[in-house]
Ligand binder design. Structure first.
Ligand code: SF4
Length: 98
């Protein structure tokens, strides 16, 4: 099992979630964050930090975002790790979070 970042993260990049992850398994794509499921320990600390409610567990993942299980698993390991929300440049923040 792993936690999964889904579509509501796109264009947000608020990234408060990365500040609380004990194993630094968030990775930054161009327009959203992704979780490496091979590193995530399912602690759940990131869920309440997400202002867009974009993070789910396998068993709470809405059907409309099932594809994000594969997207997180395939893309996250090859992307840069992000461990601090300050790593997201303000100009990259999107419609939700200025
Ligand atoms: Fe990190 Fe815990 Fe969230 Fe997994 S559930 S991404 S280990 S904060």
């Amino acid at each position: 099992m792993a936690h999964i970042v889904t579509e509501p993260c796109i264009g947000c990049l608020h990234a408060d979630c990365v500040n609380v992850c004990p194993v630094d398994c968030f990775h930054q794509d161009t327009n959203m964050l992704l979780i490496d499921p091979f590193e995530c320990i399912d602690c759940g600390a990131c869920i309440p930090e997400c202002p867009e409610e974009a993070i789910f567990t396998d068993d709470t993942l809405p059907d409309e975002w099932k594809e994000y299980t594969t997207i997180n698993a395939e893309k996250a390991p090859g992307l840069p790790v992000i461990t601090n929300s300050g790593q997201v440049p303000p100009f990259e923040r999107g419609r939700h979070c200025q």
